[in-house]
Design a protein around this ligand. Structure first.
Ligand code: NAP
Length: 253
């Protein structure tokens, strides 16, 4: 895919799925804003990696759970991309979950619940709000949801709620931008081998059990999710909007 001349912002791109998406975007020729909250070295290393492969990227530190952070992030993007409508691709990827086990219906703190809603729900909502006037007609928005947003998860009820909310945001955004030829879709990953689920994976037998109940027989890799995102970015995907697309190796079929 040729994304030469396009600009892209990926939230939470220092590690994991966001980093894999930023790498693909850079390789396809897009000028990529690599957002992160704390992992400066990882973000800078990714920018350097994209640059040495012939692409263009810059790192931007911002906490997307706050309006001040979102404003600072877009100021940095405006400085790099130029004023006026300057954005072609927005990937709302940043998310927290603490392995999914801590905000259950049995236990789970108010602080964690609030943090998850701030990063996973408030963040994408206000990032999208700030992005809309900057997006060029024909642009693309992809929200990273989760299979947790589809199924009941008593052991991770708070996290699952945030990912259901992302589906709702996807529908509303798709309607808000449809007349401009901009699409908004959601990719819902199953378990993906990143730091995000390190706590779960540390439990003996967890990887094997997860692979066993995944029809395709393994955990996802960040590149599996990046590939699904790329599918939505080209001209051929122009008529696909408001969809929740599962990238999960067939989970919950
Ligand atoms: P990860 O490896 O833990 O990476 C999370 C990324 O989000 C990091 O780049 C982190 O930045 C960034 N981030 C966290 N809080 C932020 C904030 N307040 N502001 C800006 N950036 C922030 O997680 P991942 O597995 O790649 O997950 C990415 C997305 O996929 C999340 O939305 C997650 O819910 C979803 N997902 C993951 C899985 C899975 O099994 N891994 C499954 C389904 C859905 P720093 O490095 O600077 O902290």
């Amino acid at each position: 895919m040729d994304l030469g001349g396009k600009t892209a912002l990926v939230t939470g791109a220092s590690r994991g799925i966001g980093a894999a998406i930023a790498r693909r975007l850079g390789a396809a020729g897009a000028h990529v804003a690599v957002n992160y909250s704390g992992s400066r070295d990882a973000a800078e290393a990714l920018v350097a990696e994209i640059g040495s492969a012939g692409g263009r990227a810059f790192a931007v530190r911002a906490d997307v759970s706050t309006l001040a952070g979102i404003e600072a992030m877009f100021s940095a993007c405006d400085a790099a991309f130029g004023e006026g409508p300057n954005l072609d691709i927005l990937i709302n990827n940043a998310g927290v979950g603490r392995g999914g086990r801590d905000a259950s219906l049995k236990a789970g703190s108010e602080d964690l619940f609030d943090e998850m809603f701030a990063v996973n729900v408030k963040g994408p909502h206000f990032v999208t709000q700030a992005a809309l006037p900057r997006l060029r007609d024909g642009g693309r928005i992809v929200n990273i949801g989760s299979m947790s947003g589809k199924i009941g998860q008593p052991f991770a009820s708070g996290y699952a709620m945030t990912k259901r909310a992302i589906q709702s945001l996807t529908f509303s955004t798709a309607l808000a931008v449809a007349k401009r030829g901009i699409t908004c879709n959601c990719i819902a990953p199953g378990a993906v081998a990143t730091d995000f689920i390190a706590g779960l994976r540390a439990q003996e037998g967890w990887d094997e059990a997860t692979a066993k109940h995944t029809p395709m027989g393994r955990l996802g890799e960040p590149e599996d999710i990046a590939g699904a995102v790329m599918m939505l970015l080209g001209e051929d995907a122009r008529w696909v909007t408001g969809q929740i697309i599962e990238a999960s190796g067939g989970l919950a079929l």
